[in-house]
Write a protein of this length. Structure first.
Length: 188
């Protein structure tokens, strides 16, 4: 059976509003313009329109973190973001972490520490970990940051901080201890 095209929105049609828009995303340092249905998520745009399949569709509800990417330097669940709302944003996926054929230090640490098993969650874990490093360096506290930590001062990333900050990224294989160790390895 052939898939049915999406039904047109009668309200949008009556008002003369388009149901598709051109969106420019700066993905892994390259500007790309695509025309998308307004309901298309950033995750589906990356995977289905740009061929970047690193970010995974796990739960499609923002609960597992497998789709985590960086949007303007901040980690985000791409399954929850509408692509049209990200027009002009800088998006970094796991495919954009390595430079010149050399793995990002975080990627290398994951390999060195054997911080993956099936690997399904790994792209989201890596992007989230990169976000964690930036957040801590910028002085953003977490739930477990000691109250005596000076406002705006870099937060020390010990194992407890890392576990708390990475709690939105699930690993069905249970590689958590090695993930924490890998992140500790690249912590300044």
């Amino acid at each position: 059976m052939d898939p049915q095209p999406p039904a047109e929105d009668p309200d949008a049609e009556a008002l003369g509003l388009p149901d598709r828009s051109s969106v420019t995303l700066h993905v892994n340092g390259e500007a790309t313009t695509v025309t998308l249905d307004h309901r298309t998520t950033l995750l589906d745009t990356l995977r289905d329109h740009l061929g970047l399949t690193g970010a995974k569709k796990g739960c499609d509800h923002g609960q597992c973190g497998a789709c985590t990417v960086l949007v303007d330097g901040r980690r985000a669940n791409s399954c929850l973001l509408l692509a049209v709302a990200q027009d002009g944003c800088r998006v970094t996926t796991v495919e954009g972490l390595a430079e010149g054929g050399r793995l990002h230090p975080l990627q290398q640490a994951f390999l060195d520490r054997d911080a993956l098993q099936c690997g399904y969650c790994t792209p989201g874990q890596l992007c989230s970990a990169l976000g964690v490093l930036a957040e801590a360096a910028d002085g953003h506290p977490s739930h477990v940051t000691p109250p005596a930590t000076p406002a705006g001062a870099p937060v020390v990333l010990d194992a407890g901080e890392i576990r708390e900050r990475m709690s939105g990224n699930l690993c069905r294989c249970g590689a958590y201890p090695h993930i924490v160790e890998a992140i500790e390895d690249v912590t300044p």
